[in-house]
Unconditional design. Sequence first.
Length: 245
Amino acid sequence: MRALRILLIVVVILGGLFVIADRLAVNFAEGEAADQLRSTENLASAPDVSINGFPFLTQVVGGELDDVEVGIDDYEASTGNGGEKIMIDNLRANMKGVEFSSDYSSATAATATGTATVGYDELMKAAKSEPTAIAPGITAKVIGLSDGGNGKIKVSLAATVMGVDVPQPVEVLSTVTVKDNDVEVVAEGLPEIGGKQLAESRIRAITDFQQSIDELPGGIELDKVEAAKDGVEISVKGSNVVLAG
């Protein structure tokens, strides 16, 4: 019995040491992965990286991590418009089946899903914010975007009629969708301005617009989008997503 107790104590101690070693290894790996991502994506600060699953060391031996989560608070994406950038907030991605090279210099996820937010002030970069003629004597411009409820965007327009400002903003509820890597905003109905129903093509030149969002980390792409309180919430997805290398 005494020998059995000693054996059990040894097993418990060894098990505890293995857990400690495993957690130390995963913490080190998360830090290294964060530094690599910061360098690869040219980020201002290191992202949050969490390697899930236990034990970590056996995953390393197998050459594949089951589940890796990455969080980037502020990411500048390309708009494809002469180098102009758009800020993506709270980008969170969940990577599955992350394989890495034998020298750990590169890693690729089989699949990735995630979420991010584009603030309304950032989306405004694609809207017509300069007065544009939409009919003889009538001009309009977009002065604000906000949550219109039920997944819609409220587009607020300032208008002038024969040089006189319309007292109240003209508001239009719009749908927001993803097409390829573009966020598209399209008015559901067409407003009257100055008591006049304007030509649809003219008013849509102001109310409807699209914003390209390119070069997201690792090659992930836009999937779905919906208007929310502080901006549009985007779902992203990808396959064979390059994390490093």
